[in-house]
Design a protein around this ligand. Structure first.
Ligand code: PDD
Length: 279
């Protein structure tokens, strides 16, 4: 298995960046996780659009042109024989002596890796996932896909320790923002699909964007708005989305069953629509 590091393909096992990379010292960088499904990079232009936006918001230069980056991603997939999984891309502000302000003459550092992924287990699809809630401790620019992920790491660890898959983060008003690495959705008693509107409080997931389009095209009723933990607790269904989860049912929140405790019917339909879309 190989990785791409600053212009070179190297064995993954000893690929390394410099100790004074600002990603390492300051988490001064951004990333993308692009799903690969049956050999295809799913929604790759939406991922590249979001990468460009994250870079622009942090005034980090683009490390190379989009066509060049697409070629590197494909070459790495080829070398690694990747047909199902994801490509991880990370851009940091580069290497410079440690000093908080932007360095004058650093070049952005670019790393790509791939990871193979197995299909989601039939058990997860049949039983759904457990989710806990945690306080959202993040900053007010969660729309930037920054590698600064400590609150997300702590939330996911808390979930794991509680035997759950994900933690839904809750803002100061008791409203769910999103998971630590996924967007959060519920289906209300009158079959409305609800997910938080894409402000600076959440990462606007590419899976979220595409699923919203599919929901509109299928004519399901939809509300992009905040929902509280209490509303989620009483929802008929719940699910989460991401580039690695696609659409996965949530059947338990803080130890209490959601709806009848089984994966929702509409959730199942939306998962199918999304899987069909990726084909
Ligand atoms: N996480 N919200 C957060 C905080 C995320 O980190 C992610 C993605 C999402 C879903 O976005 P998308 O649909 O574009 O994957 C929402 C990636 C998968 C990760 O950190 O591994």
């Amino acid at each position: 298995r190989q990785a791409y590091v600053n212009g070179r393909y190297q064995p993954h096992s000893d690929a390394a960046v410099h100790i004074e990379d600002r990603g390492y010292q300051f988490a001064d960088g951004v990333y993308e996780v692009v799903p690969v499904y049956n050999g295809i990079l799913v929604d790759e232009d939406l991922h590249f659009d979001r990468l460009d936006r994250s870079l622009a918001e942090l005034q980090i230069e683009e490390p190379m042109s989009r066509p060049a980056l697409k070629l590197v991603a494909r070459e790495l997939m080829r070398r690694n024989g990747l047909s199902n999984g994801f490509v991880y891309m990370q851009v940091t502000r580069g290497v410079a002596p440690r000093d908080h302000k932007f360095p004058k003459d650093s070049r952005p550092a670019l790393v790509l890796t791939t990871r193979q992924m197995k299909p989601h287990s039939p058990q997860v699809l049949a039983e759904g996932l457990k989710v806990i809630t945690v306080t959202d401790q993040r900053w007010d620019r969660c729309d930037i896909k920054s590698v600064s992920l400590l609150p997300n790491v702590l939330g996911k660890q808390a979930a794991a320790e509680a035997g759950a898959y994900e933690a839904w983060q809750v803002d100061g008003d008791g409203m769910v923002t999103e998971g630590t690495s996924t967007n959060a959705w519920i289906v209300t008693g009158d079959n409305k699909v609800v997910t938080r509107d894409a402000t600076h409080s959440i990462l606007n997931g590419i899976t979220r964007i595409t699923l919203l389009e599919l929901i509109k095209a299928e004519g399901y009723s939809l509300e992009e708005r905040s929902f509280s933990v209490a509303e989620a607790q009483e929802a008929r269904e719940a699910f989460l989305t991401s580039s690695t989860s696609f659409v996965l049912p949530v059947t338990q929140l803080d130890g209490k069953p959601i709806g009848n405790g089984h994966p929702g019917i509409l959730t199942g339909k939306l998962r199918h629509h999304y899987m069909d879309y990726m084909q």
